[in-house]
Design a protein around this ligand. Structure first.
Ligand SMILES: *[C@@H]1O[C@H](CO)[C@@H](O)[C@H](O)[C@H]1NC(C)=O
Ligand SMILES: *[C@@H]1O[C@H](CO)[C@@H](O)[C@H](O)[C@H]1NC(C)=O
Ligand SMILES: *[C@@H]1O[C@H](CO)[C@@H](O)[C@H](O)[C@H]1NC(C)=O
Ligand SMILES: *[C@@H]1O[C@H](CO)[C@@H](O)[C@H](O)[C@H]1NC(C)=O
Ligand SMILES: *[C@@H]1O[C@H](CO)[C@@H](O)[C@H](O)[C@H]1NC(C)=O
Length: 500
């Protein structure tokens, strides 16, 4: 079903040299693109089908009991379940789309987050897998025959029908105590504690359709702005699933020309009249190149999912894709709510700006950068379908080729749970090309900093039920032994990232 990763990666090769460190190279890229026009024309046919394929993906989830299993059950997460228990991982039934043929390559993603006897659900395959099913994989089911349905999208794959029906087949299993059906792809990585937290905000006894759209505007235009993209994953509350199951097979025929399974579901949702409730932590990752800019400036929302990880650079330089994800998951496990939370502050003794994406990266600028710029993602990627520089469904800024116009970059080195409910994370300076650093004297003190160490209180999930506000930080010791120490705290009254 999913195209073999290598086939899609080959067109990406030219991007690789762009991105030993993430950079946006408008001129270089456009000349590159001229050279690759021929390839792109050829590739566009397959990319188109990949993109549509990818949009219909479903999701699955993993891990642990979401909310802090501490003896303090008072975390309220805005729960509106009057008198009912808070939603936990056992209330979610995952329906992951897979195929017998590609499972062996793709299973590494779901095995990152699946937790046996904790997460519930199945990967749905097109046929019985050959050989022994891996003990580390989530259980599978074989989808029902769909040959009686219509599929009329010339560039798509019929498997979209089968995948659209996973929610129905999951519902019809009639399992107990399911509040949410969560759909995802075999290459979706779920951060299940955060997923539970997000779903816990909504009353599962009402009809909710929760997810996100594509990062690439071209995708949103072609597929829809009003559906939840399947690869980023989406959640359907039980009563909505009951309505959906009633009309789904009809929708599949009525929307036979729609490319993806998620679009077909979206068509049904239009019939039922339930719009998507957008949550910014679901990431379809309809981009190519390097995810860096997006992950370094995550919106103020819990990280719920990442998708399409075969199509972007490994998130940490020098590690494989899967080892990179393991490292990110390690930070997430230390403090799930804080994973990728963005905070930034100034060091007014030196007029530096420090930007932290917790558990992933730090940027140090030897100048005062406006908060508006700091919160805007560096564009280290291009669009999904046409590999264009724009537009995206969020603002971006260019990352200069000139090392004197870029921050000094650090990547996660170590994560430790310290005493008294705090974490210590350290971030090590990344040297893309030795000798290619900025030679300007302003940069010398920053380049002498080898580590940025960050101390933060464990993130309180109840934060998400309050009015949103980015947390504040302060630089507490100025540069001892090449280390900058940053503390992340709630903000004081009158505190803001405002230059003097
Ligand atoms: C989830 O909540 C149910 C009650 O709805 C409870 O029986 C179960 O023990 C909880 N599970 C976890 C993992 O917290
Ligand atoms: C899951 O539960 C079953 C039945 O209780 C048990 O046999 C199995 O060892 C458990 N698996 C894991 C990975 O804990
Ligand atoms: C699906 O059903 C069609 C029509 O009934 C049949 O021809 C086909 O062999 C079936 N496919 C599978 C895989 O069973
Ligand atoms: C920091 O910038 C302010 C405002 O531009 C300036 O007055 C001050 O001298 C600078 N301090 C340092 C240490 O460069
Ligand atoms: C900062 O972190 C590094 C790497 O984890 C560690 O070796 C160093 O001791 C830490 N420094 C301080 C001042 O905490």
């Amino acid at each position: 079903m999913s195209p073999p990763p290598d086939a899609t990666l080959n067109p990406l090769q030219p991007l690789k040299f762009l991105l030993p460190i993430p950079i946006k190279l408008p001129e270089l890229f456009s000349s590159l693109m001229k050279g690759f026009v021929a390839i792109c024309i050829v590739a566009s046919i397959s990319l188109l089908s990949f993109s549509t394929f990818s949009t219909r993906q479903w999701l699955d989830s993993s891990d642990i009991d979401l909310i802090n299993p501490s003896p303090n059950p008072t975390i309220q997460l805005g729960n509106t379940n009057n008198g009912e228990d808070n939603t936990n991982i056992s209330h979610i039934l995952f329906g992951i789309s897979g195929s017998a043929k590609t499972w062996d390559q793709r299973r590494q993603y779901s095995e990152l987050w699946w937790s046996h006897n904790v997460t519930r659900g199945f990967v749905w395959l097109d046929k019985e897998p050959a050989g022994t099913w891996p003990a580390t994989s989530l259980p599978y089911r074989v989808s029902a025959n769909t040959s009686q349905f219509k599929y009329e999208c010339s560039y798509g794959l019929r498997s979209a029908i089968r995948i659209a029906r996973i929610v129905k087949e999951s519902f019809e299993l009639g399992l107990d105590n399911v509040r949410w059906f969560v759909m995802g792809d075999d290459d979706t990585v779920f951060f299940t504690e955060n997923l539970v937290g997000v779903l816990g905000k909504y009353d599962h006894r009402q009809m909710y359709y929760v997810g996100g759209v594509s990062e690439s505007v071209e995708q949103d235009v072609i597929h829809s702005y009003t559906m939840a993209y399947g690869g980023g994953g989406f959640a359907i509350s039980y009563p909505l699933a009951a309505e959906l199951v009633r009309v789904l097979d009809g929708c599949i025929d009525r929307y036979a020309e729609f490319y993806g399974s998620d679009q077909k579901i979206g068509g049904c949702m239009s019939e039922i009249g339930v719009p998507v409730t957008k949550e910014l932590g679901f990431h379809q990752v309809d981009i190519r190149g390097d995810l860096y800019g997006l992950l370094a400036a995550h919106p103020l929302a819990p990280l719920v999912s990442l998708h399409h990880l075969d199509y972007v650079q490994p998130v940490f330089p020098g590690l494989t894709r899967i080892d990179s994800l393991k490292k990110l998951v390690q930070a997430y496990k230390a403090d799930s709510g804080r994973a990728l939370q963005h905070t930034f502050c100034y060091d007014l003794l030196r007029n530096w700006s420090v930007s932290v994406s917790w558990g992933y990266t730090v940027q140090v600028y030897p100048l005062l950068v406006t908060a508006k710029d700091l919160e805007t993602a560096f564009q280290t990627f291009v669009t999904w379908r046409s590999w264009s520089q724009e537009p995206f469904a969020f603002n971006t800024r260019a990352m200069s080729l000139d090392p004197c116009q870029r921050p000094v970059i650090y990547f996660l080195d170590r994560v430790e749970n310290a005493e008294s409910g705090r974490t210590q994370t350290s971030y090590k300076r990344f040297v893309a090309k030795p000798g290619k650093e900025c030679g300007h004297e302003d940069y010398a003190p920053a380049l002498a900093v080898n580590f940025v160490n960050v101390s933060a209180a464990e993130f309180d999930p109840a934060t998400w039920t309050k009015a949103p506000r980015r947390q504040c930080c302060e630089i507490v010791n100025s540069d001892k032994n090449g280390v900058v120490q940053v503390n992340i705290n709630g903000c004081n009254r009158w505190e803001s990232v405002t230059p003097p």
